[in-house]
Design a binder for this molecule. Structure first.
Ligand SMILES: [Zn+2]
Length: 206
């Protein structure tokens, strides 16, 4: 568990995408818990840091990809926490709407993560609680949201960070490359101190 700010931590033992922990007092969030294979490792990492997985009140999911959400349903079952996911991504997970690109339709045939219980749907920018804002960034997946709190941007797969700056993800991973560029411009304009992305190590903004 690596402390980044007073309230934000990086849980380094997760499997899949990067996983973060936000301790906001009466709300404690895990952001993108990663794949199921890492669930026990993350729980152990928390315990070694003197924390408990059962402190989690909110499971924030940037988007539906299995490397970010694979462990979410099990985390939710064990903790009873609220889970948050973009409405458009939840519709893809239930099968109500097909994935938007042929690449994604192919990967969803291999495996689709289970939709967590106690689910709250996000549909656009929203303040989830004082100081925690969801930012709709639909370029990567239609229901993708980044989260901002405590001077930290949890960007999910809307961007990666490189040398303290936000950079685009590979085009093949985007549902809409054009929308992704607009999301990136918007996130770059935020006056945060830290970039915490899904697939690059957390960095201070330069
Ligand atoms: Zn993704």
């Amino acid at each position: 568990m690596q402390q980044l700010t007073q309230h934000a931590f990086w849980l380094t033992s997760a499997v899949g995408a990067h996983c973060y922990w936000l301790d906001a007092g009466d709300r404690v969030a895990i952001i993108d818990p990663g794949m199921k294979a890492g669930l026990n490792r993350v729980a152990r990492e928390l315990r070694q840091a003197g924390r408990s997985p059962y402190e989690v009140t909110d499971i924030l999911l940037t988007h539906y990809d299995i490397d970010h959400t694979g462990a979410a349903a099990e985390w939710q079952r064990r903790t009873g926490a609220r889970a948050w996911l973009g409405a458009a991504d939840a519709a893809i997970l239930t099968g109500a709407v097909p994935a938007a690109t042929s690449f994604r339709r192919f990967t969803s045939r291999i495996g689709r993560p289970e939709l967590p219980g106690n689910l709250r749907l996000l549909d656009g920018d929203e303040e989830l609680w004082p100081g925690l804002v969801a930012l709709h960034t639909p370029g990567h997946t239609p229901g993708h949201h980044a989260f901002r709190a405590d001077g930290v941007l949890f960007a999910g797969d809307a961007a990666r960070s490189s040398h303290g700056r936000l950079a685009p993800m590979a085009d093949v991973l985007m549902t809409s490359v054009r929308q992704g560029r607009a999301d990136l411009a918007r996130l770059r304009a935020l006056g945060v101190d830290w970039y915490c992305c899904g697939h690059s190590d957390p960095e201070r903004r330069r």
